[in-house]
Design a protein around this ligand. Structure first.
Ligand code: ITT
Length: 175
């Protein structure tokens, strides 16, 4: 049994759905860990250290960020705060006249059993012109490369940043 520490139930739901396919048991521990300022890997490292201190058992945390080229990488490591404040409508407003809609979603999965290891998943894509579909977070505005519609409208587990990072984790964990 591995614990997943997060304040975000949606993240856990997807993590569980993905790990179920590999017969890895995961349990939700709803906790908000302090996020230091820094690069996404640094944030994940800090969160996993704190999570392990609390859980003292196998534990995973995840840190995600959406980087939009036209906005010089914003919201990036502030993705959670930006979603809660200006949300998708705010992002679309900032992107109203943008020619370059390139963006990428990054997931860093951190695992610890006392020893810590990080796994990264990156999905290149675009910011949609309008919201498409109903889902959580930035799903309705993020179109992965090779698709014509958003994360909210497709089977995202097949290709998502979270799936990619977790697949790396599973490969390592099972070996
Ligand atoms: P933690 O407690 O686990 O840190 P959080 O919600 O603060 O939860 P992050 O900082 O890792 O999580 O995530 C940044 C935000 O990016 C998150 O709050 C969502 O709004 C958004 N996000 C992350 N992954 C997403 C996904 O797959 N689809 C849509 N939005 C996503």
């Amino acid at each position: 049994m591995i614990y997943f520490v997060s304040s975000n139930k949606n993240k856990f739901r997807e993590v569980k759905r993905i790990l179920d396919r590999y017969n890895i048991d995961i349990e939700f521990k709803e906790l908000s860990l302090i996020e230091i300022q820094g690069e996404i890997e640094e944030i994940a490292k800090h969160k996993i250290k704190d999570a392990y201190k609390i859980i003292k058992d196998e534990v995973i945390v995840e840190d995600d960020a959406l980087f939009i080229d036209e906005l010089n990488g914003f919201p990036g490591v502030y993705s959670s705060y930006v979603y809660k404040t200006i949300g998708n409508d705010g992002i679309l407003k900032l992107m109203k006249d943008a020619k370059n809609r390139d963006a990428r979603f990054v997931s860093v999965i951190a695992y610890s059993n006392g020893y810590t290891k990080l796994f990264k998943g990156i999905v290149e894509g675009f910011i949609a012109e309008n919201k498409q579909g109903v889902s959580w977070g930035y799903d309705p505005i993020f179109i992965p490369k090779g698709y014509t519609t958003t994360y909210a409208m497709i089977e995202k587990d097949k290709i998502s940043h979270r799936s990619m990072a977790l697949k790396e984790f599973v490969r390592w964990y099972k070996s």
